[in-house]
Design a protein around this ligand. Structure first.
Ligand SMILES: [Cu+2]
Length: 114
């Protein structure tokens, strides 16, 4: 009985690895970067991700952005800031649905210089 259970666990582990969830590979601005201006916020994934929520938090709180890529699953998600971004510390928080159906979330931070 024990060997059957172990075999099952091994099978499940293999199936999970084959359907690995989409990962955030890279962002614009890059995590921990210092930039002078931000024209676009980009998230790049190794497999399509349906980004279900994204927020840009600046030195004075949450800021308005507009999604360029909408709610379709994409490997390159783009959003445009709608307000001027004063110097200071920023972070982007996002949630999404991976190509394998797993809910995902991530965050990155950057600084806008004077
Ligand atoms: Cu997954």
């Amino acid at each position: 009985m024990k060997s059957i259970t172990l075999a099952l666990v091994a099978t499940l582990a293999t199936a999970t690895a084959a359907l690995a969830h989409s990962k955030a590979e890279d962002t614009t601005p890059a995590n921990e970067a210092t930039v002078e201006t931000v024209e676009v916020i980009e998230l790049r994934f190794d497999d399509p991700m349906r980004v279900t929520a994204i927020s840009l938090i600046g030195p004075d709180g949450e800021m308005e952005i507009t999604r360029e890529t909408g709610l379709d699953p994409v490997t390159e998600f783009r959003a445009i800031p709608l307000e001027a971004m004063p110097a200071g510390a920023y972070s982007v928080d996002w949630r999404g649905l991976s190509a394998d159906g797993h809910p995902m979330q991530g965050a990155f931070a950057f600084t806008v210089s004077d």
